[in-house]
Design a protein around this ligand. Structure first.
Ligand SMILES: C[S@@+](CC[C@H](N)C(=O)[O-])C[C@H]1O[C@@H](n2cnc3c(N)ncnc32)[C@H](O)[C@@H]1O
Length: 322
């Protein structure tokens, strides 16, 4: 983080939460500062081969092969980096030599910078609003983001900013954005899972699975903020149109995870609703292997059977005209 960056605020007061109801950027900072230190654990993020491969697959899915053969890019920027999952793992996979991890949440920048430094990567971190990127024109060869566009009020303005800071011919890749159809089934399944798990653990004999009420209440408060910070879902064609109207060329989208998302969201919600020590290594193994199997079926079978927009995640890429 730079010396002028604001400090993280991990414990929002009731007044701040109330103010955040009418200020989506304050909500982003409070919500993501609150979850920053536990973010990797919450989302099972790691910086080993499992997540290196995942990040790299996202990248390779939309970037043309001839460009992949010319890797690495010299200098990359990540917007909405969170704990650094996407760019740190992409650098480890050989996509870029160095990078800047940025986020609106100071808490996230602190964690991402710490993660990058402990991996020994050549990175720096800075608090930055994606709608007003605090870097000069033509500064980066690659701009990436994962699960960030849907949080930003003006996505087209952000894409214009991305093109401004890219060098001519530079590429952007945004992955992990919810499609409109995918978001509706993921939310429905997650809400149902939460209700069933939190009610079932009230039953006699299952009390030891129940999280302490204070933790469940905190999760409910966070969920209230989450509904304020999730601003958009995307239809792939609309997202492409937005990128072209921002000035990008060679725009393309891909979608991933259909049945894998239908399984993944309830599993993650269940993990969050019960005592973590009840679910050991066998559960983690089951969750990851079943997600892998379903992801394979999505990529090789369902892709040919259902419309692109039914998949849960959309990725978009494009380049700045030379
Ligand atoms: C769902 S998290 C994703 C984090 C990380 N990219 C990942 O995939 O694990 C979204 C991140 O976007 C950040 N964010 C939200 N609005 C932003 C904005 N206007 N500019 C920059 N970052 C923003 C949040 O603070 C949060 O860290």
């Amino acid at each position: 983080m730079t010396s002028t960056d604001p400090a993280p605020q991990p414990h929002a007061t009731a007044e701040q939460v109330e103010a955040a109801r009418h200020d989506s950027k304050l909500a982003q900072v409070l919500y993501h500062d609150w979850e920053a230190e536990n973010y990797d654990e919450k989302w099972s993020i790691s910086y080993d081969q499992r997540c290196v491969d995942y990040a790299r697959d996202c990248f390779d899915t939309v970037v043309p092969d001839d460009e992949i053969h010319r890797l690495p890019y010299d200098n990359a920027l990540e917007l909405g980096c969170g704990s650094g999952f996407f760019l740190l793992n992409l650098i480890q996979s050989g996509v870029a030599r160095r990078g800047s991890v940025t986020d609106l949440s100071p808490g996230m920048v602190k964690v991402a910078t710490r993660n990058g430094q402990s991996l020994g990567l050549d990175i720096d971190g800075r608090v930055a609003d994606a709608e007003r990127i605090p870097y000069d024109d033509n500064s980066f060869d690659l701009v990436v983001g994962h699960a960030v566009l849907h949080h930003i009020p003006d996505v087209e303005l952000t894409l214009r900013e991305v093109l401004r800071v890219l060098r001519p011919g530079g590429r952007f890749v945004f992955a992990g954005e919810p499609t409109t159809v995918g978001n509706s089934y993921a939310r429905t399944l997650s809400t149902l899972t939460w209700r069933v798990a939190t009610n079932a653990t009230k039953l006699p004999g299952l009390g030891s699975w129940r999280r302490p009420q204070a933790e469940l209440d905190e999760s409910s408060r966070a969920a209230a903020l989450e509904s304020i910070v999730d601003l958009h879902t995307f239809a792939p064609a609309e997202l492409e149109k937005m990128a072209r109207s921002a000035g990008a060329v060679d725009v393309d989208t891909a979608t991933v995870e259909f049945t894998a998302a239908m399984l993944g969201w309830p599993l993650r919600t269940f993990e969050y609703a019960v005592q973590p020590d009840k679910l050991g290594w066998a559960w983690a193994n089951f969750a990851f292997s079943s997600w892998k199997v379903l992801s394979w079926a999505d990529a090789n079978v369902w892709r040919h059977l259902v419309p692109k927009g039914w998949f849960y995640n959309v990725e978009i890429t494009g380049i700045k005209p030379s």
